[in-house]
Design a protein around this ligand. Sequence first.
Ligand code: CA
Length: 231
Amino acid sequence: MMLEKRILVVEDEEHIRKFVKINLEREGFIVEEAGTGEEALEIVKKKDIDVVVLDIMLPGIDGYEVCRILRQKHPTIGIIMLTAKSQDIDKIMGLEYGTDDYMVKPFNPMELVLRVKSLLRRMDPLIEESNHIVLDPPFKIDKYSRKFYKEDEEIELTPTEYSIIKLFTENSGKAFSRDEILNIVWGYDFVGDSKIVDVNVRRLRAKLEDDPSEPYYIETVWGIGYRWRDK
Ligand code: CA
């Protein structure tokens, strides 16, 4: 039996929150609701939340701050931000916040459901894999616990970052286009641009490269995308 997944919807506008909740429940998810960031953080402390759907504009502490706190305390929770058109996607996806995905308001709730499912797929532990530990010196990937190490030091990755690293390390030397990475990691045809791939790679480089300004492990393939350097 599939374990039921628990989604927390954080939005002060009640009609949007209810609308999202109904659509997620229809797909079999357990949905928790919060109208403020403070409330959301309380719920995350008490309940086992898999994915947070987080609006940026909230009374009290805003979605950015909630996201920052969540990433510090619960790096493996999936986060999908709800944004207004005017908000800066680079900032949302950037180093400090590290969200897994975002949706621009107004959005189709079915599209949000698809994104939640896609994110959960990225987060699923690959228990069927017999070889749990992959060595790629100086890195080590534990596919069972989804942990990533450099020189035996754990580097905490978001679910999306982990999926990219897994793709890269399983295909070292292969050049991936941004669109290929989008399709494999996000699992749907992304309608905006492929900037989301670039910001995730930038974040990964900051975490794992010796010198992020001179990346060695994640190479840029000009005009194409990225390549994990060949062993
Ligand atoms: Ca709001």
